[in-house]
Design a protein around this ligand. Sequence first.
Ligand code: NDP
Ligand code: MG
Length: 404
Amino acid sequence: MGRRSAHALQSRPQRVCVLGATGSVGASTLDVIGLHPGKYEVFALSGYSRLAALEKLCVRHRPQYVVIPRAEDQESFQRRLVEAGLDTMVLAGADSLDFVASHQDVDTVVAAIVGSAGLSSTLSAVRAGKKILLANKEALVMSGALFMQLVRESGATIMPIDSEHNAIFQCLPFRPHDGLSAVGVRRIILTASGGPLRNTPAQLLREVTVEQACAHPTWSMGRKISVDSATLMNKGLELIEACWLFNAAPSKVEVVIHPQSVVHSLVDYVDGSMLAHLGNPDMRVPISHALAWPQRIESGVATLDLLKVARLDFESPDEDRFPCLRLAREAATAGGSAPAILNAANEVAVQAFLSGHVAFTQIADIVDCTLQHVAEVRVRTLEQVIEADAVARREATRWLKAIS
Ligand code: NDP
Ligand code: MG
């Protein structure tokens, strides 16, 4: 399991750095950690805009470090923590995220910052050979080849906590990056709830409001991923994520709509066996699995009541109404910087939708136009990834202004 010996980890609590602690995944992680005080210790927390919530988390978990975005807030935040009787040190700025993510005293980094803002700190944790609970799929989508190369070089352990990828991990018999066909895997099947607009007719999609797009039927999540779920871009990003995590060609990853969100994904084997992971839709399940792996711990989530679930439905995704899934598959197949371009354009478009500047259906239009007008290039270094992201953002912003 990476560079650290399992024995050394078992003899003292695992020290955990939770990046994006104020978010939805951050909250679920800290809930699980709170259930197991002897096993896990919070080493560092980070937040961005919700500083009052971050302060409460510091009081509850007493980390050694807390990272906030702006240096001008550092002194007052530090003063409040001292007044609360804490010796937590307050750090500020993106470099400080890199510092805590790679700190020698950290065993496990939970990468739960949303979007490209999480790229640098996630890669810092990878370079430092940490065990990483990966929620921030955008980091892997943007920098896939570089990310996986750094994993191989550093011996970092990547534990997917995106529920679908965690499910696949649990249905595979081996460490994920060893190759699929060697163990008889025919294909990976990612399930998707279909989001809140699954049954919305095409002609009504243009009028969808932010509240409607964010009203996810089965999962409670941050706003960006909620919109991604409504457009099916989330599943597209997850398709790319699965290709990198499990060393799979895009043609080996299929998507099925499963509205109940009880089957979290499946692995189809050449002998006709199909293994599925089932559970209530609650992020504490994959987070607990990844924290404790290869052991199991309580997550605080109730067992699945099969009689209450009663039936499991599956249907094909409608790529005419939800073209983002097709765009993501095309970007995965094109390779190079195409996934980074897709991701950057999507982040720009989703932000514009959330701010009321474009219609729901224009998210896919902006991503499509950007992909058509920015040539994909080979990306091997962090600088090249950042450059591809910046070029795509400029182009997406240009389309945004043209159509809004
Ligand atoms: P949230 O919006 O709830 O939380 C995002 C976190 O990132 C918050 O702590 C936020 O701080 C922080 N953040 C936002 N912008 C920045 C920035 N520029 N720099 C540093 N930190 C920042 O999102 P989720 O928890 O829902 O999602 C987090 C990640 O996990 C995403 O990549 C998502 O795709 C992935 N994921 C989420 C799932 C879920 O169930 N929620 C499931 C699977 C994957 P603050 O709140 O203080 O502003
Ligand atoms: Mg998911």
